[in-house]
Design a protein around this ligand. Structure first.
Ligand SMILES: Nc1ncnc2c1ncn2[C@@H]1O[C@H](COP(=O)(O)OP(=O)(O)O)[C@@H](O)[C@H]1O
Ligand SMILES: CC(=O)N[C@@H](CCC(=O)OP(=O)(O)O)C(=O)O
Length: 260
């Protein structure tokens, strides 16, 4: 049986709150074994863009990223956010290494083709373009890779890439080498049967239940791409996908995503 690798993804809600971020990273430091962190930061990026007089523009959960927006989000995700997270992990005793996709050519993406929507400098991923040998080298050296949402195309162009997609693609690419557990961590206790009732956590969600809850509008917004990424990961050999509260990763309450 191959070794367990836990991949954690945190989003903008937690990152935006310094106390919650510090608490989450402290809990992450207590998780044993090999681990990777992928972080977003969309909420903070929206606030930063607004303060610069730039209206954030999202379509289907993806940011329309023109050249100026790319500059701002690169500074924010790959700079301030990534380095702050690495510094807090170092404080918690974890030897973390911050990476964009360009570093070590670890994630090469392709610019999303212009269709009905021109997303600008947004990167799409294929699992073959993840440099898994390099990741294995880092993990073998007891380093914890911390990925931000910036990738590159191999021709000198940086690209903005959804962080849930990065986490899911890393999980799928590494599934042949490790027994991968993918943890989507956010501000609720799991997938909820009633989004306003924190006690309504669905312990196990299957594709059939997902389809029914989506049709009823019970599951909506950012949870839709998260679950689509979760099922895609299970279909490609990821051992376990969990959706949980970033502040309760070491507690039992959570949603487990199941194939059937
Ligand atoms: N049934 C549901 N259970 C939990 N969250 C849900 C549900 N339906 C919609 N959501 C929304 O999905 C959001 C999570 O997605 P998103 O905002 O993209 O998170 P992140 O930025 O952490 O990736 C939650 O904040 C919540 O408002
Ligand atoms: C292309 C695209 O949409 N990129 C995302 C990357 C950050 C992200 O995914 O952040 P959360 O996980 O906090 O939502 C964005 O700029 O919002």
């Amino acid at each position: 049986m191959s070794e367990v690798l836990k991949i954690f993804k945190i989003g903008g809600g937690i990152i935006d709150d310094p106390d919650q971020l510090r608490f989450f990273l402290g809990e992450l430091a207590r998780v044993g074994g090999k681990k990777i962190l992928v972080h977003g930061g969309g909420k903070g990026a929206n606030e930063l863009l607004a303060s610069l007089g730039m209206l954030p523009n999202m379509i289907n959960g993806r940011r329309i990223t023109d050249a100026v927006t790319l500059d701002v989000v690169t500074m924010f995700y790959a700079g301030k956010t990534n380095k702050q997270i690495v510094a807090l992990l170092q404080q918690a005793g974890v030897n973390a290494l911050g990476l964009s996709g360009a570093d070590g050519n670890v994630i090469r993406a392709s610019k999303r083709p212009v269709g009905e929507v021109d997303y600008g400098f947004v990167g799409d991923l294929q699992k073959q373009n993840i440099h898994t040998d390099f990741i294995e080298l880092l993990l073998g050296g007891n380093l914890m890779p911390v990925f931000c949402a910036i990738t590159h195309d191999g021709h000198g162009q940086l690209l903005n890439t959804n962080a849930d997609t990065i986490a899911s693609t890393l999980a799928r690419a590494l599934a042949g080498r490790y027994q991968v557990e993918l943890h989507f961590c956010f501000e609720k206790d799991g997938v909820l049967a009633d989004v306003n009732d924190e006690s309504s956590v669905i312990p196990q969600i299957t594709p059939t239940l997902y389809a029914a809850l989506k049709a009823r509008g019970t599951i909506a917004a950012g949870m839709l791409p998260k679950l689509d990424n979760a099922f895609a990961a299970l279909d490609e050999g990821v051992a376990k996908v969990i959706i949980e509260n970033a502040l309760k990763i070491n507690e039992p309450v959570k949603t487990i995503v199941c194939r059937a």
